[in-house]
Design a protein around this ligand. Structure first.
Ligand code: C5P
Ligand code: ZN
Length: 488
């Protein structure tokens, strides 16, 4: 990847100006900020544009505008076939389109694409790796570092991108190329990695709130129960407050943390959780050590969530400005968006309760219509699935109205994935059958389908789930997204 990064860096250096086109999610926003910062430092003139997705409309406009060089971040791999006539570099971690890349040419794609389309791509899939070894931000970072070794300080933002894209979730630590980025960040003195409780809100939430909002893992009797969390900490002799200040997890000293973690593990095991579940309490956490203690930009997971909120409510520029260093107006606005997001999720849960969750024999589903926006319906589905009272034995499928059709989000538990369920395959095939498209991960996948095809889609998905679970297989448990520490 570093060799490709060098080639891309040369192309970028030679360009009269660069148009960065990036995705509106966390690793797109952070990736755009990294690219822009690196270009600014190198004195290369550029502009940044955020898109929800890369489609023909966007490409036609780019071709018409005739930019000397386009730098696609966190997108592009799926549209290689449509990039003819553009001078472009791509730093993406999504699966390159089958159509674009004849199997025989896969290994040699870079050269193939370059000669055909003047397109150069950096993508872990070209190295035989998966999407989770680097985020869109990490891929952009590789080029930033190739442009100038001193850009290693941007590793901090690349880690935010990776964590915001939940790349640390499956193994409770970052892996692959991400580990090189982490090492750069540590060496540059901008990031610290340590084994700690991996719940959301280590810096900004009162410690008891952090426990109360725990969803991965779910802690029996404590998750969702404020009083129980307060009592739990008090019994361990942990002071909840110092004067008027509610102590956050990061305020606790080493001894206190150790007491709480061992008590949590015993608590979970005594209440029937498996060792695998209890293990999920602890993992590698990432701290941006140049950010002020207790601030929302210090913990990579919290920073990532903030970026996600900006993207989901169509304000990626706000997140981008925070990444570029704005800790005033942009940060305040990002925090407002995050608060708004939490309220929106509460309302979404009510909307789901009103609409009701329907069951077929192998799946459960709800149709949110225009009550939940398409960028949030996936999280709403995760939350609905985790809720008390929702069946954990059936994957959940959610529909919402989107600009370009009906947005579908599907989520399931690690257990069902281990028993052979692959929602990515189901979303892909069922959507294709009704004239749409989709994909994703085993436990979290999505699709867009034409309005009116929902019923047919459900029938196909239901049949496929039944078939997959009837087969004796085992698979890895790609995890669902972090529901951002919020549930009703
Ligand atoms: O949108 P949602 O959160 O439900 O997406 C879950 C996963 O499914 C994501 O990894 C996304 O990239 C993938 N997806 C896809 N095709 C779609 C929609 C989502 O591959 N049309
Ligand atoms: Zn991404």
């Amino acid at each position: 990847m570093e060799a490709v990064a060098q080639e891309i860096a040369e192309r970028v250096r030679a360009a009269a100006s660069v148009r960065i086109v990036t995705h509106i999610d966390t690793d797109g926003i952070t990736g755009g900020a990294i690219a822009s910062e690196a270009l600014a430092r190198a004195g290369i003139s550029h502009e940044v544009a955020f898109v929800k997705k890369l489609d023909e409309t966007v490409l036609t406009e780019l071709k018409r505008a005739g930019t000397p060089l386009v730098w696609f971040i966190d997108l592009g791999a799926g549209m290689l076939h449509a990039l003819h006539g553009l001078d472009a570099v791509v730093t993406d971690h999504h699966v390159p389109t089958e159509r674009a890349v004849p199997k025989a040419l896969r290994g040699d794609l870079i050269r193939f694409a370059e000669s055909q389309d003047r397109v150069l791509m950096l993508n872990p899939h070209l190295e035989g790796e998966g999407s989770d070894v680097a985020s869109g931000a990490g891929c952009a970072y590789a080029v930033a570092k190739a442009l100038d070794g001193r850009n290693a300080d941007l590793a901090a933002i690349a880690i935010v991108g990776a964590v915001g894209d939940v790349q640390d979730q499956e193994f409770r630590r970052l892996s692959g190329y991400n580990r090189g980025i982490l090492a750069d960040g540590v060496a540059a003195g901008v990031v610290k990695a340590e084994i700690d409780l991996r719940l959301f809100g280590r810096e900004t939430r009162p410690a008891y709130k952090m426990l109360q909002y725990a969803t991965d893992p779910w802690i029996p009797r404590l998750s969702g129960n404020e009083e129980a969390c307060v009592a739990f900490l008090l019994e361990l002799g942990v002071d909840l407050k110092v004067e008027d200040h509610w102590r956050s997890w990061s305020d606790l000293d080493r001894g206190e943390k150790q007491r709480v973690v061992s008590a949590l593990v015993s608590h979970m095991l005594e209440r029937g959780c498996g060792a695998k579940e209890a293990e999920r309490l602890v993992g590698e956490t990432y701290t941006l050590i140049r950010e002020p203690a207790g601030s929302p930009t210090r913990d990579a997971k919290e920073f990532g969530t903030l970026m996600n909120a900006c993207g989901r409510y169509d304000q990626p520029e706000v997140g981008y400005r925070v990444c570029r260093g704005d800790r005033d107006e942009a940060l305040a606005q990002a925090l407002r968006l995050l608060r708004g997001h939490r309220e929106y999720l509460m309302d979404s849960m009510e909307a789901i309760a009103e609409a009701g969750i329907n069951e077929l024999d192998a799946i459960q589903y709800f149709h949110a219509a225009d009550k939940i926006r398409d960028t949030v319906v996936g999280i709403a589905a995760s939350m609905a699935l985790q809720r008390n009272g929702t069946s954990k034995d059936l994957p959940i499928i959610a529909f919402a109205t989107a600009e370009d059709g009906i947005k579908v989000s599907a989520r399931t538990t690690r257990d069902l994935v281990a028993r052979g369920l692959d929602l990515a395959a189901i979303m892909q095939e069922a959507s294709k059958a009704v004239g749409g498209y989709g994909g994703g991960h085993h436990a979290a996948a999505g699709a867009t389908i034409p309005p009116g095809t929902e019923q047919r889609f459900l029938e196909i998905a239901n049949r496929m789930v039944r078939e997959q679970l009837a087969r004796p297989t085992s698979s890895d448990g790609t995890s669902v997204e972090h529901p951002e520490g919020t549930f009703p």
